[in-house]
Design a protein around this ligand. Structure first.
Ligand SMILES: [Zn+2]
Length: 450
């Protein structure tokens, strides 16, 4: 007699990931940088806890320095706990969104036209959803990773981590006990480039370095006076001169290892030449398309004036004037950068750092890198992984203080014509459904061989 047995298989990670990302986007976790108006992180973190506890995880909920700044941690034991643990980290907060600018509501999580739409779709609820999907799959299927895994869902990345990873690293380093390596944003995504012999090559950019994020305040002190009279010591003029000089200044091109290796790989594939001494190096980089905005910014330090403050009446010369400049500095360049800035602003304007998040750099090698490479090539055999430097900053800067080796690896296979860089903090932020499924497959393979 034949007996029919119906086996209901546990849903796999790929099947769940789209719903998870859509649900995550529906939590409005806008981080304005102000405690009073930031919201949603606690609810979102508790929801993540439910998704993990449902399949058997024990989780720990931690508020980072202020009520409502919710973080969620879970661990999965690996086969060899004597090896250092690998952490996967994703931030739950997003930058605010102005709904009237969007084609869909930014917190709808709509799944339409092959995309999941909404604020956080690529920064970085995509990766958060993939992490939850794979964590659930491993637990439900009894998959034991080769080493311990730590899943970290964190707050306040978009405002620098004061109420997120900076606080956690300073106050709860025990949460990261045993963690030697970590992966998070911004890397693992694809870039399609033309090949020199025709056709195309898909590169996957693994982030191995980040510029320093240094916010500088300039202060000029002059003599207050009447706007109708001759006046030779005007603070507004002094700060304006310094700001204009800094804003127009080109810092020297300095090729760090990550940038050099990236450009060498692109040159091999495309036949393009990148001549560091050429005045048109930026022009050559522009051929890469929209990603040139990031790659171009990793060739040299930048100093972009962003805020000005002075005066209170049209006919009163104020005694002081100030400006804020967003400086992004290459690894190893800080002292030289400061010397150059001091020469530009001159002796009458003083400067101070109001935010200092150091640069980060690791090498493009080792077993974990091999595991990332193999996971990508298993899913996309004709592709190639390359290192690159992020012009911005991530939570990796905080984890690096604990001696954790960090990579940006949130894998996505993107349509060749998608302007991925513009989606970060942009209007109509969205992530392709196929890219999420691809990324989940890659992450699953990676974590089984890490
Ligand atoms: Zn992010």
């Amino acid at each position: 007699m034949v007996r029919m047995v119906t086996v209901t298989a546990a849903p796999n990670a790929e099947a769940e990931v789209v719903d998870l990302v859509s649900a995550l986007i529906r939590f409005d976790t806008s981080n304005t940088g102000e405690l009073e108006t930031t919201k949603g992180e606690a609810e979102c973190a508790r929801w993540v806890a439910e998704q993990l506890e449902e399949v058997g995880y024990t989780t720990e909920y931690v508020e980072a320095g202020a009520p409502g700044r919710g973080n969620l941690f879970a661990r999965l034991d690996g086969a060899d706990s004597s090896r250092g643990a690998l952490m996967l980290h994703g931030h739950l907060d997003v930058v605010p969104a102005e709904a009237s600018d969007w084609s869909v509501h930014p917190f709808s999580g709509a799944v339409e036209d092959g995309y999941v739409w909404g604020r956080g779709a690529v920064d970085m609820k995509d990766m958060v959803g993939m992490m939850i999907a794979v964590a659930r799959r491993f637990k439900r299927s009894g998959i034991v990773p080769p080493r311990d895994l730590v899943f970290a869902f964190v707050s306040d990345e978009e405002a620098g981590g004061k109420y997120g990873c900076k606080w956690l690293v300073d106050n709860r380093p025990d949460l990261f006990d045993g963690v030697t390596e970590a992966v998070g944003e911004v890397g693992g995504f694809s870039l399609t480039i033309p090949r020199r012999d025709g056709g195309e090559r898909t590169l996957y950019l693994i982030e191995t370095a980040e510029k320093a994020m240094m916010w500088m305040r300039l202060n000029a002190r002059g003599r207050a006076g009447h706007g109708s009279m001759v006046h030779d010591n005007n603070a507004v003029t002094a700060v304006a001169e310094a700001v204009a000089k800094l804003g127009r200044h080109q810092f020297p091109v300095v090729l760090t290892d990550a940038v050099e290796q990236f450009l060498t790989a692109v040159a091999e594939e495309t036949g393009y030449t990148f001549d560091v001494d050429s005045p048109d190096l930026e022009g050559a980089i522009a051929k890469l398309g929209p990603i040139a905005r990031i790659v171009g910014a990793t060739l040299r330090d930048t100093a972009n004036p962003t805020m000005l403050k002075a005066g209170y009446k049209a006919n009163v010369i104020p005694a002081t004037a100030e400006a804020v400049v967003d400086c992004r500095v290459l690894p190893g360049r800080l002292a030289a950068f400061e010397r150059e800035v001091d020469e530009l602003i001159g002796p009458d304007v003083t400067r101070e750092w109001i935010t200092e998040l150091p640069s980060y750099e690791t090498t493009f090698d080792g077993e974990l890198l091999d595991a990332m490479n193999n996971a990508i090539l298993t899913a996309d055999p004709d592709a190639r992984t390359v290192p690159y430097m992020l012009s911005g900053g991530t939570d990796a800067k905080h984890f690096a203080r604990l001696g954790i080796r960090c990579f940006g690896f949130a894998p996505l296979k993107l349509p060749p014509d998608l302007d991925f860089a513009a989606l970060f903090h942009g209007v109509d932020e969205r992530v392709p459904v196929d890219a999420l499924k691809f990324g989940t497959r890659v992450l699953e393979h990676f974590l089984q061989h890490c």
